[in-house]
Design a binder for this molecule. Structure first.
Ligand SMILES: Cc1cc2nc3c(=O)[nH]c(=O)nc-3n(C[C@H](O)[C@H](O)[C@H](O)COP(=O)(O)O)c2cc1C
Length: 257
């Protein structure tokens, strides 16, 4: 039997070397600095290939265990779109947008994706045994919550007893923990998507000002799915941004130890 340590480094021989390509830091910071939450969009259409590239960029976001427990619902049906605008409380960021997307965390799909991962490993046939074991054993240990979260107290006990003598990962714990877990990765996909839109000269507005229960119903999502946020997109209209960007002083947020 192979004993698997949770986050053990693989030995150097099993790590393929990957060159870090040259990048353009200025181009990146130009995108970051010019991304704003846009509340009014112009009539310009976003070309389909731009949308496709931005969706692709979203799905390249880092995500926990690479289990990709997220979905992006692109609402294009005119009736559904109209209803989604209503469920986004009619805010102009939604009503004037050319395109509307809903980013959804699907922690409930981790087992399906875990199975896909093992099938992919089988197809590749050259995955290190440690990677196999991670998705055969460790993910089960970390992400299983059991029926109605029954596993949570047992996990709590296990983590806390083990944690007395050694560093122990303690999250995600129960179903709520899995909800947070799902939103973390999905929010990163949101950030990738918004920055990608900006890179293509378009703009976005993230929105949590919405009726998540009704949005879930509109999209046919199960109870365990979580709406991370809706994101509207289009070309920034004149006056579409509310004022200059403002952030509190960095000294409050970056803490050196
Ligand atoms: C999770 C999240 C939810 C947000 N919800 C809304 C929203 O419902 N409506 C809106 O107009 N802006 C919304 N925003 C945009 C923020 O107000 C905006 O990011 C913030 O004011 C900073 O401005 P900036 O994005 O232009 O830098 C949301 C942003 C985030 C990250």
């Amino acid at each position: 039997m192979v004993k698997v340590k949770m986050f053990e480094a693989t030995d150097e021989n099993s790590r393929p070397s990957m060159d870090a390509p040259k990048t353009d830091a200025k181009a990146f910071h130009d995108i970051v600095n010019s991304r704003r939450s846009v509340r009014f969009f112009a009539d310009d259409v976003i070309p389909q290939d731009v949308i496709d590239q931005c969706l692709d960029a979203a799905l390249k976001a880092p995500n926990s265990s690479n289990l990709q427990t997220w979905e992006i619902h692109h609402v294009v049906d005119p009736d559904k779109k109209k209803e989604l605008v209503r469920l986004c409380l009619g805010q102009p960021a939604a009503s004037t947008a050319k395109e509307l997307f809903v980013f959804v965390a699907r922690p409930d799909l981790w087992k399906r994706n875990n199975k896909w991962m093992l099938e992919e490993f089988d197809r590749r046939g050259d995955m290190p045994e440690k990677a196999y074991q991670y998705f055969k054993k460790i993910t089960r240990l970390i992400y299983t919550t059991g029926f109605l979260g029954i596993a949570a107290p047992f996990k709590w006990l296990f983590y806390n007893i083990r944690g007395i003598s050694k560093p122990t990962p303690r999250e995600p714990m129960g179903r709520w923990g899995m909800t947070v877990w799902g939103h973390k990765s999905t929010a990163l996909a949101c950030a990738h998507f918004m920055l990608a839109m900006r890179a293509h000269g378009f703009d976005t507005c993230p929105m949590e000002g919405l009726d998540s229960k009704r949005v879930k119903k509109l999209l046919g999502l199960p109870r365990q799915a979580g709406i991370t946020m809706a994101i509207s997109a289009g070309k920034r209209a004149e006056g579409g941004v509310f004022g200059d960007r403002f952030r509190f002083d960095i000294k409050h947020f970056v803490i050196k130890h």
